[in-house]
Ligand binder design. Structure first.
Ligand code: ADP
Ligand code: MG
Ligand code: MG
Length: 208
C-alpha cells in the first residue's frame, strides 16, 4: 500500500481469476439453497469487468471502481449483481479522483461497500448473506488498525472466514434461500463465500 490504479486493476484481475476458479464451488453452494448460478453469475460479471477496465490504468481509482460497479449491475442478472455492483460504486465514491488507495481509504471503502449492500438488500448481520462475511471483517479491521495493516488484515480475514462459516448454522432471511426457511440450515451461503474469496484476494495482494 498505497495501491496505484494499475495495481488496483491487477487486484481486480486476481478477483476475476479466483472467482472463476471457484465457479463450480460457488454454483454448487447455490444449488443447495438457491438456483445454482452464483458462480456463473459472478464469473460472467467479472469477465465483463476485466474487458471494461483493462485499459483504465491511467484513470483514477474512483473511475475504475465505479466502472466495476456499473458493469456488475448491468451484466449480472441475479441478486448478487446489484448488490456487489452497488458496493463497488460506493467504493468508487470514497476514492473519487484519487490516483492511489491507502490503508485508511481501504477501510472507508469496505465501510461504504457494506453500507451500500445493506441499504440495497435491506439485510442485517445474521440473515445468511454477504453481510455475514463483510461486517465482521470490517469490525475486526477497525479494532486492530493501530496494530498495523498486516496484523489488522490478517485478523479481519479470520473474522470474515468465521462469519462465512457461521452462515451454515443460521436460517436464510433474504434472497432465494429464504424460501427454504429452516431447510437452509446446514448450508454455507454462496454470497458470504464469494465475499470471503474477494476479501482474501485483496488481502493476499496487499500483504505481499
Ligand atoms: P440469485 O439468488 O438471484 O440467483 P446469486 O445466486 O448470484 O443471485 O446470489 C445469491 C446470493 O446473494 C446469496 O447467497 C446471498 O448471499 C446474496 N443475497 C441475496 N439477497 C440478498 C440481500 N437482500 N442482501 C444481501 N445479500 C443478499
Ligand atoms: Mg443464484
Ligand atoms: Mg439466479
Amino acid at each position: 500500500m498505497p495501491v496505484t490504479a494499475k495495481e488496483l486493476i491487477e487486484i481486480l484481475r486476481d478477483i476475476y481469476e479466483n472467482i472463476s476458479a471457484n465457479k463450480e464451488y460457488l454454483t454448487q453452494l447455490d444449488s443447495a439453497i438457491g438456483d445454482a448460478d452464483h458462480g456463473i453469475n459472478l464469473t460472467k460479471g467479472f469477465k465483463s469487468v476485466m474487458e471494461k477496465i483493462e485499459n483504465m490504468g491511467d484513470k483514477d481509482c474512483g473511475s475504475i471502481l465505479k466502472t466495476v460497479g456499473m458493469t456488475l449491475v448491468s451484466t449480472v442478472g441475479g441478486a448478487s449483481g446489484p448488490l456487489y455492483g452497488t458496493a463497488f460504486m460506493r467504493a468508487g465514491q470514497v476514492v473519487a479522483q484519487k490516483t492511489s488507495i491507502d490503508f485508511e481509504d481501504y477501510i472507508k471503502i469496505l465501510e461504504a461497500a457494506l453500507d451500500g449492500i445493506k441499504t440495497r438488500g435491506k439485510a442485517e448481520k445474521g440473515e445468511k448473506t454477504i453481510v455475514d462475511t463483510l461486517e465482521p471483517a470490517i469490525e475486526e479491521i477497525k479494532i486492530n488498525k493501530d496494530k498495523g495493516k498486516d496484523i489488522a488484515l490478517e485478523l479481519s480475514l479470520k473474522a470474515a472466514e468465521k462469519g462465512m462459516e457461521y452462515t451454515k448454522e443460521i436460517i436464510a432471511k433474504k434472497g432465494r434461500a429464504s424460501y427454504l426457511g429452516e431447510r437452509s440450515i446446514g448450508h454455507q451461503d454462496p454470497g458470504a463465500t464469494s465475499c470471503y474469496i474477494i476479501l482474501k484476494t485483496v488481502a493476499d495482494k496487499i500483504l505481499k
